[in-house]
Design a protein around this ligand. Structure first.
Ligand SMILES: [Ca+2]
Length: 315
């Protein structure tokens, strides 16, 4: 299979770090670049963590500094430290980032960065946003002419049922609902890896212990440290150690990983606890054509195998 060109848009993040590792090491994927966004933590942490992953993986791809705040809330306050910070204060769980890095971002203009990579690619590119959709919303608004160059948008976000910020809203969509509404309406093919299927993609205590014992290299140990802190945060809320973001990467290379069905999906922008909800038209009541392949469940055994392979090296 010819490798699929991919651009990852990340708010790194422990599960983002695993997703970057998977994208870098899966030979069915050709990683073209990384864009960092605010999200799990403020942009200065998520960008630094993204650049750290680039160094650890010896990646030769450009990194762009992306959005620091949502489209319609430029004065978005930075979240306070709290038990709700699943990824730890600096975003990498129990892993401690170095005080400084040799690597700097290659761009601070995400629209120009994404447009350049799309224009240069001979084939349509898969965009994989696993944080807020702010950068992609700006791209499709400023450059609608490039939408045909988008092979698919495989996103981690949303939930057909339930949420993880409010009873109805998932955090990536909740963090910038207007951006999500723009992207969901843009006309490009969309795969939604929401909580319905990402919650199948967890690592047990035993699986994480085995990863730590089997892989002694610095990157693997850092990822394991990250996952330990993240697992502890999740456990406080009765959640498994769910590696959400890696599913949005993995399902491109291994479509059998994800079971989807096509539906029309809209984003609730109304203030209140439904804000940011991905509203799925289950019954076709709107009469609108499906715009999203909604991920309904994932193959956990295959997912765990993919994570294990990506810790080993290129595969
Ligand atoms: Ca993320």
């Amino acid at each position: 299979m010819k490798p699929i060109p991919v651009i990852l848009d990340v708010d790194t993040g422990v599960d983002d770090a695993v997703a970057i590792t998977l994208a870098a090491r899966c030979r069915s994927i050709k990683l073209l670049g990384l864009v960092a966004s605010f999200g799990n933590r403020p942009l200065h942490y998520t960008l630094r963590n993204t650049l750290w992953l680039k160094e650890l993986l010896a990646l030769e791809v450009p990194v762009c500094k992306g959005a620091a705040s949502p489209l319609c809330q430029p004065d978005h306050p930075e979240p306070e430290d709290s038990e709700h910070i699943f990824h730890g204060k600096e975003g990498m769980g129990n892993a401690v980032p170095p005080p400084s890095l040799a690597t700097a971002p290659d761009s601070d203009d995400p629209v120009a960065f994404l447009a350049d990579l799309l224009e240069k690619s001979e084939e349509p590119v898969a965009l994989v946003p696993v944080g807020p959709l702010t950068n992609l919303a700006r791209l499709v608004t400023a450059r609608p002419d490039l939408i045909p160059k988008i092979r698919v948008i495989s996103l981690m976000g949303g939930a057909a049922k339930g949420g993880n910020v409010t009873p109805y809203s998932e955090v990536n969509i909740y963090n910038d609902p207007e951006a999500a509404a723009t992207v969901f309406a843009c006309g490009a093919p969309i795969i939604m890896c929401g909580l319905d299927c990402t919650r199948d993609c967890y690592l047990t205590d035993g699986e994480r212990a085995q990863l730590r014992q089997t892989h002694r290299d610095p990157l693997s140990q850092i990822l394991c440290d990250g996952l330990e802190g993240y697992a502890a945060s999740n456990a406080r809320f009765g959640e498994n150690c769910v590696v959400h973001d890696a599913l949005a990467v993995g399902c491109l290379a291994y479509p059998e990983l994800l079971h989807t069905s096509p539906y029309y999906v809209d984003i609730c922008l109304t203030p209140g606890e439904h804000r940011g909800q991905t509203v799925v038209d289950w019954e076709g009541a709107t009469g609108r054509a499906a715009n999203v392949q909604v991920g309904l469940r994932a193959d956990r055994d295959l997912f765990v195998w993919l994570v294990q392979k990506s810790f080993e090296g290129a595969f």
